[in-house]
Design a protein. Sequence first.
Length: 499
Amino acid sequence: MEIELKLTVYPGDVPAILRAVGDVASVVQPPAVRRLESRYYDTTCRKLKSSGMTLRVRRVGQRFIQTVKTEGDGLFARGEWEKPVASFAPELDGHADGLREAFVTDIERNRLVACFPAWRADPSRIELAIDTGVIRAGGRELPVNEVELELIDGAAADLFDLGARLAELVPLRLSIDAKSARGYRLAEDTPPPSVKAERLEFPDDITLEDGMRESLRACIRQWLANQASAFDGRDPEGVHQMRVALRRLRSAINFFRDFIPDPPLEEFRDQSKWAAGSLGPARDWDVFLLETLPPVMELWPEHRGLRALHDGARRMRDEGYTEARVAMSSPAYTVFALRLAGWVERRGWRSGLSEEAMKAVKRPMTEHAGGLLDRLYHQALDAGADFESLDAEAKHKLRIALKKLRYAGEFFRGLYPRKDVKKFRDALTDMLDLLGKLNDLTVAQGLCGKLMEAADDDEAPASGTATLVTFHEQRGHVSDKALSKAWADLRGADPFWRD
């Protein structure tokens, strides 16, 4: 299994990377430069891609090496098989029919091997490959400037720790995008895909510690898997799912810190809040342009005020995406992601646990999950007490409490029978959908206020705001009757974690 880490580097910083490696690690195999020409193959209907596989033939000097890779089951792990072949033509024992060249890469690789951390008696051996070059497909080109760290032997946590140390010294941006994924997108001229949260499946006897580790890993996977889509900006789901992942991450940290009081958890929680916040403006303007404004503009497409809102919102959305890209490109963001991943892989919380606490985290997670879900459930019931008289601020607080309950339910639902989970989960989702619509309108009014402030003496945005708000209020954006029914259905749904 190949375990590797990719970091995007600015072309002019390659010498700085080489110096930084020497500063933080022990170089045991000095840099060597070679050219790598690779051709990637697939069928016209992308059969290999859809199966989670890539097939590549690479020329290294006078040799040709064929490589098959598969998607792995870890955060940055993939299956990899290599064999020498005679030429760029794939050799698959009669199974190469229908394969066509999909794209090519032409890379200059600066490779070295280092031991890290150098002070330890048994440091990990890590290969660093600094790649500069290009991907070509369909007459288009995409530059490549990245550092790949691959674990030769040792602990996966050391891979992330070395990446974090380098990112502290040289501007780097974390990426999980393989060259093959970028090549396919270039060939097909498609944006990076967004990725939803995976369903966690736990064995009945999983310990609290292992359950926490797998939950945090899943959050990190979803977060980083959406980074390319969010950075690209063409698919609004990228930013959305990235925010969801960061919120789930912060929720998981909150859930488990009662049992694992390790100081870094507080720092990771604050950093995840900052990262999610940097995506907030882009997401808010996406919702405004894609959900809140369209039904009104369909009725009055020539309304000057609505057009002013639309044009202003597009400008503000562009600014929001710029803010998000700046955050994703910052050293603080990259170091946070790498430090968190390394902490999870090494089970960093163990260093701060007492003997009694260690025994507690070794007990089955089912002993802890029910109590946590019960606590969050009662907090939500308290927030929704006297529901009919709740004002907008109180409904927002209820929404936050219900979201915490939903995230916890998603982490732990694999411990319970699906049929018990479904009814409660459906009722919770319905309630949150309605409260979310209320919140969207509240946010939209705030966004309209920003547009009016930016308009100076132009009264068009104010006219558009009045039309938009009146439309949603008169059409019953969310009716009190629908809210009351959804709340009653949720209260009537049996909590799935109880016998």
